[in-house]
Design a protein around this ligand. Structure first.
Ligand SMILES: [Zn+2]
Length: 356
């Protein structure tokens, strides 16, 4: 595709396809470097602490999801009860979220339960003719169900607001660097209500959620760097591709231990990342957005009303401006600026140290 259209590589084309007009491949590389310097050592320390807590000689890749030896926190209640709890939460959170979630419940704008034959995954979409968001997911009884009611509901809340404040439909949403800020920040705004979902295991959920949000960032950078390397040399064979994956993985995720499984040891793990196949170069957007969500989370700790006002302004602005301009609208540090990664994650790393 890229050669036919006169581009040197698919990467150049993909950046345009993703409407990245504000930053370049070099900026992305500079961002990943900061993650490697700041987040990778912090996550390595968490993984070591996890190894001690689980009481294993080495932390294998299949241990990583288990944050507490006695098991991670699961939400309490049926699907209907969880939706009811979410309704209470959004009513208490703000008048805007209350109105939004009452609308969602009134018009049954969910398909949450897992059924035979239903497609997997979770996402938010919208029916613009009705100014109605819609949430699709597959509940499975784990904390991921609550994440749907905060993350996908964050997307839905933004859609609900923007469809009412922006007359041009295509401008209601932005690119994913911004859209994922809407959803990831809502996960943090929801923290004070997590006791109603997790009861006595609330602290465990909060700790695991923060660790999850931080620990996945180096992996996102592996996915991003891998794709840049792949499209730089598109004629690599399958073995070379796996070798490159494993080499990058060792830089960003030195703790990763495949327990001698030969296919994964030689780099096969990249094939389970559907974004590489379906949404090339998307994945780094989650890391960029999480930096901004962490900034809002830090602000919630010191000045929640300002954090909420800034967030609301960003949501209402939809995609009416470019990426960097929208960051200014939301009073957010540009994650590409030197020092921005440290400023975004510093308080999160400290909080995890206190909790875990
Ligand atoms: Zn999302």
């Amino acid at each position: 595709m890229a050669h036919t259209l006169g581009f040197e590589s698919y990467t150049d084309l993909a950046y345009l396809e993703r409407r990245r007009f504000d930053y370049t491949q070099q900026d992305a590389a500079n961002f990943r470097r900061q993650i490697k310097e700041i987040v990778t050592p912090a996550v390595a320390a968490i993984r070591e602490r996890q190894r001690q807590l689980l009481g294993v000689d080495k932390l294998r890749y299949y241990d990583e999801a288990l944050i507490f030896p006695e098991g991670n926190a699961d939400p309490e209640g049926t699907m209907e009860e969880l939706v009811e709890k979410a309704l209470n939460m959004y009513q208490e959170m703000s008048p805007e979220t209350g109105e939004f979630f009452e609308f969602m419940v009134k018009y049954h704008l969910f398909d949450l339960e897992t059924r035979p034959g239903k497609r997997m995954g979770g996402y938010m979409t919208s029916f613009p003719g009705y100014k109605a968001p819609f949430i699709f997911s597959n509940f499975n009884g784990t904390s991921a169900d609550v994440d749907v009611l905060t993350h996908e509901a964050g997307h839905a809340f933004q859609g609900y607001l923007a469809m009412r404040s922006i007359p041009v439909r295509m401008l209601a949403g932005s690119t994913s660097e911004i859209n994922e800020i809407h959803s990831m920040t809502m996960e943090h705004f929801a923290y004070p209500w997590m006791e109603s979902f997790f009861g006595k295991n609330c602290d465990k959920y909060l700790t695991a959620h923060l660790i999850g949000a931080l620990a996945v960032i180096p992996y996102m950078c592996v996915v991003d760097e891998f794709q840049h390397r792949m499209y730089e040399k598109p004629d690599m064979d399958a073995h070379e591709r796996r070798r490159v994956w494993r080499e990058i993985e060792k830089e960003y995720m030195p703790w990763r231990d495949y327990d001698g499984e030969p296919f994964l040891e030689e780099g096969g793990f990249w094939m389970q990342k559907q974004h590489i196949f379906l949404y090339p170069f998307y994945y780094i957007d989650y890391a960029l957005a999480q930096m901004c969500a962490f900034q809002y989370y830090g602000r919630m700790k010191t000045d929640r009303p300002k954090a909420w006002a800034d967030y609301l302004r960003l949501c209402r602005a939809g995609g009416t401006r470019g990426y960097f301009e929208l960051l200014e609208v939301g009073d957010l540090l540009n994650p590409f600026r030197d020092g921005a990664v440290a400023a975004s994650v510093g308080h999160v790393i400290e909080e995890i140290k206190e909790r875990y």
